[in-house]
Write a protein that binds this ligand. Structure first.
Ligand code: FHN
Length: 416
């Protein structure tokens, strides 16, 4: 049981649970996270040495001086980036929103900014703003767009948090950095790219209650419908953020999301081949949704702008599964059957969706305490299954071989 998965300071603000601005997000359930930035150039290796840990932390882990790290911008030329392809991959994966790093902890901005020239338009040979292109494509293909923005850590800005190898932490004017740099940039992100579904702040660390509150107010003032992630800090987000790759052990009575990796890193690393299987990803999605959460699944494109093929393959496999079983995922709530290893459940209107992970050898599904009056498979054939009841016990008879060994969805018609 992972009951510490959602830390208090990343929790949901009081009253936010009732806010209609979250409605689309509650129905979406599944999103694409994209970690893309200068760190894709070294891709896990610095001066011939493989740097352990997640790829986007290479500047920190190798204590790379700002003056040296900045030079990576000259090599960043993602000529293979194609916004239409990325957005269509998200669509085909069954993901309803996309969140991309506009600025990660290394401080490099993936958008044109008037507040400094350490950004993809002004500092790289590429000279284009990929967020503009993604915004246009998301509009076109009906995907909500969100921006990740590292509000506290900035290892490039002299007053941002985290870089103590170039700057003296004691002398930093963190408040000045928030007011004079972060806020204008958040304003740019919410003004120049059309409607933005959400702002995904991260690693709150030293940010004060007042600073978190003022960032929240700023987002809602510019775009009242924009939602703000729990990593804003101080329990002020519109929804709660679970730890990376962490899933609560039981239903969490709040709006929450798990950000997760497909391999071990977020930002691209040439040598991270520890890919989760599509079976693991589908089951994680279902596990999360059955507990009332959203799944934000990451890809880390290369410096050329290519999403690694193992990620593409797995996302498409999840998408194919969702094409058949999507009604048991989107816009559902946690179902009434909880705490069993062999299955999960979700619910919508008068239907309960039983997700069977471990199909019984004799094909007999035994449940208790659920008044089931009918059952059928969620696949397009909608094969009806015989149901027999005895007192509190219900038995649904299916075939002896699992129709889908990853997750067979049985739709239960339940008397209320
Ligand atoms: O430090 C970051 C990390 O690089 C990555 O962006 C993840 C994604 O959830 N968030 C932070 C660690 O929790």
């Amino acid at each position: 049981m992972d009951n510490e998965a959602i830390r208090k300071e990343r929790g949901q603000r009081k009253g936010a649970r009732q806010a209609p601005r979250l409605d689309w997000w509650r129905e979406a359930r599944f999103g694409m996270f994209i970690h893309w930035g200068l760190y894709a150039v070294p891709a896990g290796e610095w001066k011939g040495v493989k740097i352990p840990g997640i790829g986007e932390w290479i500047m920190y882990r190798a204590r790379i001086p700002v003056a040296e790290y900045e030079l990576l911008a000259r090599q960043f030329n993602p000529v293979k980036f194609n916004a239409a392809e990325w957005v269509s991959l998200a669509r085909n994966a069954g993901q309803k929103y996309l969140v991309i790093t506009s600025k990660h902890h290394d401080g490099f901005c993936m958008f044109r900014s008037e507040v400094g020239d350490y950004n993809i338009v002004d500092a790289t040979p590429y000279g284009r703003d990929p967020l503009k292109e993604l915004a246009a494509e998301c509009q076109k293909q009906g995907i909500r767009l969100g921006f990740y923005y590292s509000q506290t850590q900035d290892w490039h800005h002299p007053d941002g948090d985290g870089n103590d190898w170039d700057y003296d932490e004691e002398k930093k004017d963190f408040a000045g950095y928030i007011d004079g740099y972060v806020k204008p940039q958040v304003r740019e992100l919410l003004t120049n790219y059309g409607p933005i579904g959400l702002i995904w702040f991260d690693t709150p660390k030293r940010i004060t209650v007042e600073q978190s509150q003022s960032l929240l107010d700023l987002c809602h003032e510019i775009q009242p419908d924009c939602i703000v992630s729990g990593r804003l800090g101080n329990a002020l987000g519109d929804y709660a953020s679970a730890g990376d790759n962490r899933i609560p052990g039981q239903v969490a009575d709040m709006d929450w999301e798990t950000p997760a990796t497909i391999n071990d890193t977020w930002g691209y690393k040439t040598y991270d081949h520890n890919w989760k299987s599509s079976r693991d990803l589908i089951r994680q999605l279902v596990d999360i949704v059955s507990k009332g959460g959203n799944y934000l699944l990451n890809v880390g494109p290369t410096a050329e702008g290519v999403i690694p093929q193992p990620s593409v393959d797995r996302l498409l496999a999840v998408g194919n599964w969702l094409k058949v079983n999507g009604e048991a995922v989107y816009a559902t709530k946690p179902g009434p059957i909880q705490g069993l290893d062999w299955c999960r459940s979700t619910a919508r209107l008068d239907k309960v969706y039983l997700h069977v992970f471990d199909w019984p050898q004799d094909g007999a599904i035994n449940l208790s305490g659920i008044p089931v009056s009918g059952a059928y498979f969620a696949d397009p054939l909608r094969t009806v299954l015989p149901v027999t009841s005895k007192g509190d016990a219900v038995m649904i008879q299916g075939p002896s071989i699992a129709p889908d060994e990853i997750d067979t969805v049985v739709v239960l018609v339940v008397d209320h």
